[in-house]
Design a protein around this ligand. Structure first.
Ligand code: SF4
Length: 204
């Protein structure tokens, strides 16, 4: 079959939401996509590359639209109507993706990715907190730790990782309770919890 136009099969929307590029900043700034529908893959976090299918380490922040429940299907995809719930404001990757010719999307893949710094560096207090968190819970250091201790072979996390998971859980609880932060924003501001991502890290 020679496909030359979108048949609205929904396959691309079911494989996961798009990554945001700098060009998409206005969609978030103007509230067309609320922050609570986003999550961040932090620098160094293991992630499956949609094009090669291999697991790679995120080169920088990758901000994405959440999935639906436990599935990767984009939060805004309406399965029954085969429709995008934010079609007018869909991000760049969704606008240029043509499943029958992926050259255009491959051309921007991993380039000018939007980061939390682009969005929050001027928010006093919050930005300093995020920098401190990223330093303490740096994926490159955790990966080195797992490598050095041979934890991957034993499929068990080293003791220091357990301390980091506890720190991560505590800081999330604190910003929700004392900072009155909506808990739905945690995965966007701090990335996914270490208790989830570190399990993946020892399995790859
Ligand atoms: S934003 Fe819309 S077009 Fe893009 S993946 Fe989600 S449902 Fe599909």
């Amino acid at each position: 079959m020679n496909i030359k136009e979108c048949k609205r099969c929904g396959t691309c929307c079911s494989k996961g939401g798009p990554s945001f590029h700098f060009e998409d900043k206005g969609i978030i700034d103007d509230g067309h996509i609320p922050a609570k529908h986003l999550y961040t893959i932090r620098k160094g976090e293991p992630v499956r590359d949609n094009i090669s299918g291999r697991v790679i380490y995120a080169p920088s922040d990758i901000i994405k639209i959440r999935g639906q429940g436990n599935s990767w299907t984009c939060f805004y995809y309406n399965e029954d109507e085969k429709k995008c719930g934010i079609y007018e404001y869909r991000p760049l990757e969704c606008r240029i993706l043509k499943c029958w010719d992926t050259r255009e999307i491959e051309g921007i893949y991993g380039k000018s990715l939007l980061s939390r710094k682009d969005l929050f560096s001027k928010v006093e207090g919050l930005w300093e907190l995020l920098i401190d968190y990223d330093e303490r819970c740096s994926y490159s250091e955790i990966t080195d730790l797992i490598r050095e201790t041979g934890s991957r072979k034993r499929r068990r996390l080293p003791g220091k990782a357990a301390e980091l998971i506890e720190y991560d859980n505590t800081i999330r609880e604190l910003v929700v309770k004392k900072g009155n932060l909506d808990s739905d924003l945690l995965d966007f501001l701090f990335g996914r919890p270490l208790s989830v991502t570190l399990k993946t890290l020892i399995q790859i």
